[in-house]
Structure formats: structure tokens, C-alpha cells
Design a protein around this ligand. Structure first.
Ligand code: ADP
Length: 272
């Protein structure tokens, strides 16, 4: 379990990306964050990993208590894996070496300068097997397709033996069929390992397929929190409501994907 109380983020320069928010995430729960660009999805994910320091509020983990102090934060990061849109792999390295990076957090500073133990390699190979890439273990990742690279990214996350996976638009740069495949893989692994997954997505239909819970964000606020079954048109309108004059092409595509014609966008201030 990971809980945030009054978690808020205002970036230097004054952009309030996240209004003070209370949320709880549970083991084995697959949560999808939905919302237009700029809604605060990445900010929430980065705060949960303390990649950025929130400007207000606290984060509490069931095992570590309130996350403060270097040691606690390091232990939290070790058990919290990230999957990124652009994979963040080291392109010249093999799939195996990239996955082994997921084990580094378990080594002390001195130990990490030495070759990793055989048991770490065996575990990394097992992670690659889980994502169907064992036979490509020694191939450089820059010779792989986008979908394969993201599967290496998932294997690297898994190598961390995480309790929580934070995925920031993990399938945004993939074609629809590959995106479906990669997401179902991520979903199955998180379910099998009882991992709390928090995944930001643009595609409402994927949220409906995979999420146990959808959190809708609009302009840094949670405007929906519930199972995808009750994610009705009104909720989608809330999530995708955009300030007049700031509707982007991207928003239009999202609205179309959600089955919302553009005229149904509501100015945020009309929402209760
Ligand atoms: P999303 O992931 O939903 O697209 P973000 O969390 O990236 O949204 O951004 C939320 C808001 O915070 C946006 O207005 C964005 O421009 C702003 N923002 C994000 N990162 C920074 C930053 N490093 N410095 C200043 N403003 C930022």
C-alpha cells in the first residue's frame, strides 16, 4: 500500500501541476491515470517515486512508513520500478545488460563497480523470458523494434522485484496492436506478482480493458476515481474538459478516441 496525503506540486515558476491530493494505491491493483496532456499525470507518477520533491504533502508506504530521509527514500525507489514512454534503455547495451541495470539498486556502491553475481544474471534472464525475449538476450537493444524495447523496459522493471510499478505512457509511441500486446504483458506480470501498477495512458479503450481502477485528472485535480465500468460519458467529459482556447490537436484525437465530439468539451469552471 502507498498513500499520499495532500500531495501537491507547484513547479518553480509557479505552474501548479498537482493540487493537494489524497489517494491510496494497493498491491495487485492496476490503476490507469487518464487525462489530457498537461493534466498532471507525469507529475503524480514522478512524485510517487520522489524523482521530484513534491511541494506539499506526504507519501506513506505500508512497509517504510512516511517517506522522508535519504535511506528510506532509497529503499522506496528500489521497490518502485519505472517504465517510460521512450524506454530509457542504454541503446548500445544488450537486452541482458539493460535488464541487469534493474539489479544495481540492490548493490552497495562498491559492489556495483564489480561484475554482478551469477544469480543476478540468471534472474535477469528469467525476467527476459517472462517478456518473451530470452532468445534476444545478447542482442543490442538499438537493433530491436519499439515494442521489443518496451518489453526489455518491463523486464528491467521486473528485475528490480518491485512492489510498485509506475509507467508513464508506456505505449504512447507504439502502434495499436503492439501497444495492446505490451500492455497485456505488463498487466499480466503485475497481477502475477501482486504489484501495484499505476499507468498513465491516452487510450480510454485500453483503460477499460485493463484497469481495475481509473483515476481521471484534469488541470492537476482528480476529477474521477472509480472502476472503468462506471467511466461513463459524463466522467470522460470531466476528464477531457479543457479550458476554452487551449484545445490541441492531441486533445481532439483523444476526444475522438473517447467517443466525444469536440463541441462537448466543457469549460472546467462549469464542473461541480
Ligand atoms: P501530463 O503528464 O498529464 O501531460 P505533466 O505532469 O507533465 O502532465 O504536466 C503538468 C503541468 O506541469 C503542465 O502544465 C506542464 O507544463 C507543467 N510541468 C511539467 N513539468 C514541469 C517542469 N519541470 N517545470 C515546469 N513546469 C512543468
Amino acid at each position: 500500500m502507498i498513500r499520499v496525503d495532500h500531495l501537491g506540486m507547484t513547479y518553480p515558476g509557479g505552474v501548479r501541476a498537482l493540487a493537494p491530493t489524497n489517494l491510496e494505491f494497493h498491491a495487485g491493483e492496476f490503476t490507469v491515470l487518464l487525462g489530457p496532456s498537461g493534466a498532471g499525470k507525469s507529475t503524480l507518477l514522478r512524485c510517487l517515486n520522489l524523482l521530484i520533491a513534491p511541494s506539499s504533502g506526504t507519501i506513506t508506504s505500508a512497509t517504510l512508513g512516511e517517506l522522508k530521509g535519504r535511506r528510506t527514500i532509497r529503499r522506496h525507489r528500489r521497490s518502485t520500478a519505472m517504465v517510460f514512454q521512450q524506454h530509457q534503455l542504454i541503446s548500445r547495451y544488450t537486452a541482458l545488460d539493460n535488464v541487469l541495470m534493474g539489479r544495481i539498486g540492490y548493490q552497495g556502491v562498491w559492489r556495483s563497480l564489480l561484475p554482478l553475481p551469477v544469480r543476478d544474471k540468471v534472474f535477469a534472464l528469467a525476467c527476459l523470458e517472462r517478456v518473451g525475449l530470452i532468445e534476444r538476450a545478447l542482442e543490442r537493444v538499438d537493433r530491436m523494434s519499439g515494442g521489443e524495447q518496451q518489453r526489455v523496459g518491463i523486464a528491467r522493471a521486473l528485475a528490480q522485484k518491485p512492489k510498485v510499478v509506475l509507467a508513464d505512457e508506456p505505449v504512447a509511441s507504439l502502434d495499436p496492436a503492439t501497444a495492446q500486446h505490451v500492455l497485456s504483458l505488463l498487466h499480466r506480470i503485475c497481477k502475477d506478482e501482486n504489484i501495484a501498477a499505476i499507468v498513465s495512458l491516452h487510450q480510454v479503450h485500453f483503460a477499460k480493458t485493463f484497469a481495475d481502477r481509473v483515476i481521471g485528472l484534469a488541470q492537476g485535480r482528480v476529477v474521477f476515481d472509480g472502476p472503468p465500468g462506471v467511466l461513463a460519458r459524463t466522467a470522460l467529459e470531466r476528464i477531457y474538459a479543457t479550458k476554452e482556447g487551449t484545445v490541441t490537436q492531441h486533445d481532439v484525437e483523444e476526444a475522438r478516441g473517447a467517443g466525444l465530439p469536440l463541441p462537448q468539451f466543457l469549460p472546467l469552471q462549469t464542473l461541480s
